[in-house]
Design a protein around this ligand. Structure first.
Ligand code: ADP
Ligand code: MG
Ligand code: MG
Length: 898
């Protein structure tokens, strides 16, 4: 088995499409050699060896690698005319990590390896530059000590022992910058560093180049499992099994004096996507100095440099003198760099993020990769490349990460303002966007100020209206699928949930965070994309949706097999979703409609009525409200199917729980308050989610189903009279047995016939069911024989398949993720292995009984790209998601089909 791949001098054993084996960095170093970009020679140890290392340990792996590594080092020696471990003319190398997916800065890299007390003199003589030699040496001892010898402190609070020594010496010498050290100072640093190593590790700093090399290679393998790297993988869904490759590469030096430099560059603007070359560099510096912030890096282009100076308030004169661009300091090298970035971008056909070093007037590239970018830049770059003819339409669509489109749909913080803002707390990034407003604690006071942020321990359905008015929602409790989170996402409203540091006192109307007290009316700001809570008013702006955005969505429709519907409960949401291109409603929840204004009273009257007659009277009051709501929604979706779900939640959610409201209601209904209280108590359940809800309501109180059906059918008929093409689809929730479905369908169909007879007119409508109880999926063929459509309600289906309560999962989910029992929150990312089986089986069984059965999904998962791909595979007809996720789903549906 080949474990080592060499590159150098225009030749390479690897190439760009070998990222799995060589890691991104290694594959691209090889590729750059092949296309004639100057790269210092070196070799890559494969990611497979990282796995071997984890299984077999150090000694065995060194034995396996030795012959190939020795040969590869020999190859570098030949190409560079140096010798590894030599004292007069030593080969120095860097040892660099590099995984399949880029994990910038997460793992470790060691520079200048191969130096010791003798070799440093050799380098000094050879280069005629003693300062450079010792600067390289002290950097090496520091990096090697931190990374390989474990000198780096575990906790962030402790400072690096080497940094401490540097600070001490600077203090002693009365200097500020690293560059001000004399050669003697650098020598002193090295000697003090070595003493520190000996003190902490009991070992001498290794002198042998080979010992150094093996130590560094193993340290890079180990860095795959450091905390930072593990955390980054979790965040970005990178599998732990991949492992990192190790790149060993001849050093080139940006710290050899004023004709040397190092920098990073981007072929386009990573923030805006504009096609402008940009980047930063430092003269007489090495490797990470540019990003480390030790010295202020300078801009590469004149244009960038002028812009920078303007922002910093630096005059043009001062800029030219102190912070000139590379274009000015090294015009010839700038030209070469410019040509190289163009060549790389043309070759990879994507925006490149590059590292380069200039050693005594010669340019070397050390890394190139497809650059990370904002959502806006992602869209602009893909579409620009398409227009420039560099990529085709399918490639452009595949370049766009559906999730990142979300960024384009919500207000954003002003970048300068956010940097200056003070972070108060962190919660879950429940619903993206930026919001700023004055604190209010009660939903019904959401309009108390012009701009408000609703701050709650948690929210409930009663808060809906206030949530809609507030600019943002902040809760102390609840996860990503808590009420606040789900509702906020549905509204496209910024929400941070589960910010544990918040102490809320409703009575005193105060919010306390880490001892700091905020009152009603105080300004705070929320970043729903990061979960951060800021003090005060941070400036926001609306991102503009360029023409590119629509072009992408239109192109998506050409390829997508799945239709995209929306979950919407109001004409306003339905219209918003239409504007985003939704083709129908997959889930219209009717319960939200019962909370507004007068309706809740009639609803409560219905629930609290003790006779069928009393219930019917109350329902008659609700009928006109429902009918007009349905008219609005069906009209907004004219020509497209609208799936309306019959009443679903436990009735307990609708009744008043506060004494004052109970009293009010008692008065209105002309009964004693004890009657109300008794009824409210009687509705309480141990497990409301498994209790008296869904079709169980319609079965015990058929008059509810009758009223809702009547409202739907009458609305459709009214619209028909106006010439509007209304297409209602009535959905029975929480069906577990065919008999439940049959009984409810019977009520619906007979009610519809009654209305048709009264009106002497008819319309087409469908009757179907949600599949959200495992038993329904298991008996899908029986149900499909009588149902027109299925909609997989994956929220409940996940809850019931796992047996995890959606509302209580927060107490154990973090442990489950940490222990690797679950990879994700199954309420966010569809569990294809388990829940997916039920969906697949339910769809297939359903279609054997009725080939034309329409099948969709309407849970939170309906807008999640991996679930959408799954829905495409099981040949569903559509997915349904909240209005703001419709564009994401359209793109994901296209990608699934490409
Ligand atoms: P990261 O993944 O953190 O960027 P890298 O392996 O890319 O780590 O290296 C860190 C820094 O060291 C980069 O600035 C890189 O350009 C520089 N560097 C790495 N190898 C060499 C080398 N052979 N010669 C000069 N500089 C190098
Ligand atoms: Mg790098
Ligand atoms: Mg449900």
């Amino acid at each position: 088995k080949k474990r080592v791949y060499t590159f150098g001098n225009g030749q390479a054993e690897g190439k760009a499409d070998m990222k799995d084996l060589l890691g991104g960095k290694g594959a691209n170093l090889a590729e750059m050699n092949l296309i004639g970009v100057p790269v210092p020679p070196g070799f890559t140890i494969t990611t497979e060896v990282c796995t071997e290392y984890n299984q077999l340990g150090r000694d065995k792996v060194v034995e396996l690698l030795k012959p190939e590594v020795e040969q590869a080092i020999n190859n570098i020696e030949k190409l560079t005319g140096t010798k590894f471990g030599d004292q007069e003319n030593p080969l120095l190398v860097s040892v660099r990590s590099g995984a399949r997916a880029s994990m910038p800065g997460m793992m470790d890299t060691i520079l200048n390896l191969g130096l010791n007390d003798k070799a440093v003199e050799g380098i000094a003589r050879k280069s005629g530059n003693e300062w450079f030699a010792w600067d390289s040496y002290r950097r090496f001892v520091q990096m090697y000590g931190d990374v390989v010898l474990g000198m780096k402190p575990d906790s962030k609070e402790e400072i690096d022992p080497f940094e401490k020594i540097i600070e001490e010496l600077k203090h002693e010498k009365g200097i500020k910058l690293d560059t001000e050290f004399s050669v003697a100072d650098l020598k002193e640093l090295v000697s003090r560093f070595k003493v520190a190593v000996k003190e902490k590790t009991n070992n001498d700093f290794p002198v042998s180049a080979w010992e150094q090399l093996w130590g560094a290679v193993m340290a890079v393998f180990n860095s795959w499992n450091n905390h930072r790297a593990i955390y980054y993988r979790r965040l970005n869904n990178i599998p732990d099994e991949w492992g990192t490759a190790v790149n060993v590469q001849a050093m080139v030096f940006g710290n050899m004096g004023n004709s040397s430099a190092t920098g990073v560059a981007f072929s386009r603007d990573a923030a805006t996507g504009e096609n402008v070359f940009n980047g930063e560099y430092l003269i007489n510096a090495q490797g990470e100095d540019v990003v480390a912030g030790i010295r202020t890096p300078q801009e590469i282009t004149i244009e960038g440099s002028r812009k920078w100076a303007k922002l910093q308030g630096v005059s043009e004169e001062e800029r030219r003198e102190k912070y000139p661009s590379l274009e000015e300091t090294m015009p010839e090298l700038y030209k070469q760099l410019y040509a190289t970035q163009q060549k790389l971008e043309d070759h990879y056909r994507d925006m490149q993020d590059m590292e380069f070093t200039i050693q005594e007037g010669k340019l070397w590239l050390l890394q190139t990769r497809n650059g990370k970018r904002t959502g806006a830049a992602m869209v602009k770059i893909a579409m620009d490349l398409l227009r420039e003819g560099k990529i085709d339409e399918k490639t452009a669509l595949l370049r766009i990460e559906p999730e990142k489109l979300d960024e384009l749909l919500h207000p954003v913080f002003d970048t300068v303002a956010i940097r200056a803002a003070n972070v108060l707390a962190k919660g879950l990034p429940a619903s993206p966007g930026a919001a700023t407003g004055r604190i209010i604690f009660f939903a019904d006071e959401a309009a108390k100020f012009d701009e408000t942020i609703l701050v709650r321990i948690e929210t409930s359905p009663e808060d809906l209206e206030g949530m809609n008015i507030a600019k943002g929602i902040l809760t102390a409790r609840g996860g990503m699928t808590s009420h606040a989170a789900v509702v906020a996402r549905g509204m496209g409203k910024c929400c941070v949930s589960g910010a544990g540091a918040l102490q809320i006192d409703y009575k005193a109307r105060t919010l306390t965070i880490n001892g700091k007290v905020f009152n009603e009316g105080d300004w705070i700001s929320l970043n729903g994309s990061t979960g951060e809570v800021y003090e005060g008013k941070v400036q926001t702006k609306m991102p503009d949706l360029s023409g590119d955005f629509n072009t992408i969505l239109e192109a998506s429709n050409k390829y997508a097999k799945l239709k995209v519907r929306t979950n919407a409960d109001s004409p306003k949401d339905a219209k918003a979703a239409r504007d985003f291109g939704a083709e129908g409603i997959g889930l219209c929840r009717t319960e939200h409609m019962f909370f507004e204004g007068e309706r809740i009273k009639a609803m409560r009257e219905m629930i609290l009525a003790s006779t069928t007659e009393g219930r019917k009277r109350a329902l008659a009051k609700l009928l006109p409200y429902q009918r007009s709501d349905f008219e609005g929604i069906l009209e907004a979706m004219a020509g497209y199917g609208v799936t309306i779900r019959l009443l679903d939640p436990p009735l307990h959610e609708f009744v008043p729980h506060q004494l004052a409201t109970q009293r009010e209601l008692a008065q209105e209904m002309g009964v004693g308050i004890e009657v109300i209280k008794a009824k409210v108590d009687s509705l309480e359940e141990f497990n409301p989610m498994l209790g008296h809800r869904g079709c169980r309501l319609g079965i015990t109180y058929p008059e509810i189903t009758e009223m809702q059906t009547r409202a739907i059918i009458e609305a459709a008929l009214n619209l028909k009279a106006k010439g509007v093409d209304a297409r209602p689809e009535i959905m029975i929730p929480l069906v577990g047995t065919i008999k439940e479905f049959r009984m409810q369908a019977e009520v619906i169909r007979s009610t519809a016939e009654k209305v048709f007879a009264e009106r002497n007119d008819r319309i087409d409508y469908k009757v179907g069911t949600m599949i959200e109880i495992p038993r329904a999926a298991l008996t899908a063929d029986l149900i499909a024989a009588e149902a027109d459509f299925f909609s997989f309600g994956t929220n409940d289906l996940t809850q019931m398949t796992f047996g995890y309560s959606r509302d209580d999962i927060g107490s154990f989910l973090p442990v489950y993720i940490e222990k690797g029992i679950l990879k994700h929150d199954p309420f966010q990312v569809l569990d294809q292995e388990g829940v997916g089986q039920l969906i697949k089986m339910g769809t297939e069984k359903g279609r054997t009984a009725k080939p034309e059965l329409k099948v969709g999904i309407c849970g939170e998962h309906g807008g999640e790209p991996s679930a959408i791909e799954f829905c495409h595979k099981v040949k569903m007809d559509y997915v349904s998601c909240s209005p703001f996720r419709v564009p994401i789903a359209r793109l994901a549906a296209a990608q699934a089909a490409l």
